[in-house]
Write a protein that binds this ligand. Structure first.
Ligand SMILES: Cc1cc2nc3c(=O)[nH]c(=O)nc-3n(C[C@H](O)[C@H](O)[C@H](O)COP(=O)(O)O)c2cc1C
Length: 190
């Protein structure tokens, strides 16, 4: 291993699932790419996303006090990347340009992305300024999911999109799926 600058720590934490964070309204929606997002709590169900105050998304989340988290298949890489490199400040037709279509979420009417395999509608419950980003915490109010009853994605049918850094994306190899076993010592496993 090689020691690198602490400024690059986030790159060293890749690959990560990349999401489109949606905000605004269905009539005037916005979407930005985000890799800094995470589930936080089972009960209440909470989800967090770290957004720079420079993003249009930041002011939209504050205005509507809601946001969407959309996980997209690998095939939608260019749509996601466009939403991650162009701000709605520069291009009001950003979503059209990216080829992203939205529909109204069932609980809050948050714009959600067509073609996502997971979409969460979140109501903003807290925001915490941490360094140069704001950690927006949302209570998950609806979940749309394209997976099995057990909540597992069939990765041979739906390949998740991950970000490697430096404009590079990757997905998973369905052949690599295996069940984890707990090591019991002396070479035995359960
Ligand atoms: C793969 C990828 C991941 C990103 N992750 C984040 C993130 O987690 N938080 C953030 O504030 N910006 C992130 N960005 C940058 C925003 O997506 C980008 O600045 C976007 O243009 C903001 O759009 P908006 O101004 O319309 O909200 C990411 C960009 C890319 C390409």
């Amino acid at each position: 291993m090689r020691r690198i600058s602490t400024e690059m720590f986030f790159r060293a934490a890749n690959p990560r699932l990349v999401a489109l964070i949606t905000s605004g309204s269905v009539e005037e929606p916005n979407a930005m790419a985000a890799t800094w997002h995470s589930p936080i709590s089972f009960d209440p169900p909470l989800y967090g996303v770290s957004v720079s105050p420079k993003r249009t998304t930041h002011s939209l989340i504050r205005e509507t006090r809601s946001f969407g988290v959309n996980l997209l298949p690998y095939e939608m890489v260019d749509s996601v990347h466009t939403c991650g490199r162009i701000s709605r400040r520069e291009r009001s037709d950003k979503l059209e340009l990216a080829g992203v279509k939205v529909f109204s979420g069932p609980d809050l009417g948050v714009p959600l992305v067509e073609g996502a395999y997971t979409s969460l509608e979140c109501r903003l419950v807290r925001e915490i300024e941490l360094g140069d980003h704001t950690w927006f915490v949302g209570e998950v109010r609806s979940v749309l999911f394209e997976g099995t009853e057990k909540g597992v994605i069939d990765v041979s049918a739906m390949r998740p999109l991950l970000y490697l850094g430096s404009d590079l994306y990757v997905t998973v190899d369905p052949e690599s799926v295996r069940r984890g076993r707990v090591r019991k010592g002396k070479g035995r496993m359960r």
